[in-house]
Design a protein around this ligand. Sequence first.
Ligand code: HEM
Length: 329
Amino acid sequence: MSTKIQLGTLYATNLPWPFAEDQQEFQYSVNVEPARVPKKTAAGEWGSNIVDLGGEEYVHIMEERRRILAADPTRVQILPGMMPACWDLLMYYLRDLAITHPDSMHLEEDGDVIRWRNDLLGTDQTFVVGDETSLPYDPMTFLGREIPDDLLLVKERGGQLHFDAGLVTFAAAWSVTFDAGMSFREIHAPVPRLTGEGITSRAEQFLMRLPADQVFRRVNWTLSASGSRKLDISLEELPEWGQDIPRLVADRDFGNLQLRVELEHFIRLPMSGAVTFSIRTYMASLEEIKTIPAWRDQLAQILVATPEDIATYKGINEYRAAAAAWLLS
Ligand code: HEM
């Protein structure tokens, strides 16, 4: 079902390298930090803006997003009562885009009447805030067709955060239809150490107290397969990609393994109070990483030093030592 994105450009220049400079091993933590702060890496820089259009890959990613949404509308889940938060989300992001990318993104506001233009995708849409009939899609889908990030909205219910709306086409081996409506604690329960070590409850407290005037971010990483940088490795597509890693390991084709990095932003939306959790997915092949000595050495070290339960959860335990050896060969 999924087509493959062939890209000539190196992703690595804007890759949010997920490890601190002197980091030797990996553990889960509440690794949040203020957003919109540029960070230099061994290959480039990332992090100035919430939305990274990222050059020519943007148009390819948006084609893939739109194709998946058309083929599988269940990738958008909006629980009852969440539509105001979806409007809030749309307006937050459109305003942010118009400020951060003034050359290509334009927003004109006249009371509740909005005109949005995105020159890179050719969008020119006038709509009325709160009036779904004035948009060709619901507000979350409209936004998801303009920006590369997966979009999740969490709201407090019964003293806990719940994942009550989402548009997710690039999930790393999970499913939005399965997880929508679940509590923050339920979602994270299968992740080793997270609940037992108090990380889940600290992260939930952090999000419940998130101020409206400050945006935070975190990075997460795993390995995935396919030299074609398949973005859609959601559970819905498992038959499409499930054999990719076993095949690649059997062929010892480690250069085509991808370091898959998620840059996640946490934003308290001003009107609805919902918290946005956006996920921008980046990839760099081990072949690319091998060309950057600092990255090559650090990734090899971390792959080997990651505790076994975390490596198993990430699905890398069986082949991480071989991948690390390939990096250093
Ligand atoms: C500071 C806040 C958060 C922390 C520290 C955190 C931590 C984590 C960690 C460590 C994982 C395992 C990922 C891996 O090993 O590759 C994970 C998975 C996940 N998280 Fe979070 N998370 C946070 C916020 C959120 C929020 C707001 C949502 C929104 C619903 C969310 C949804 C998910 C989902 C859907 C998964 C995948 C679960 C699966 O594999 O089935 N997380 N999270």
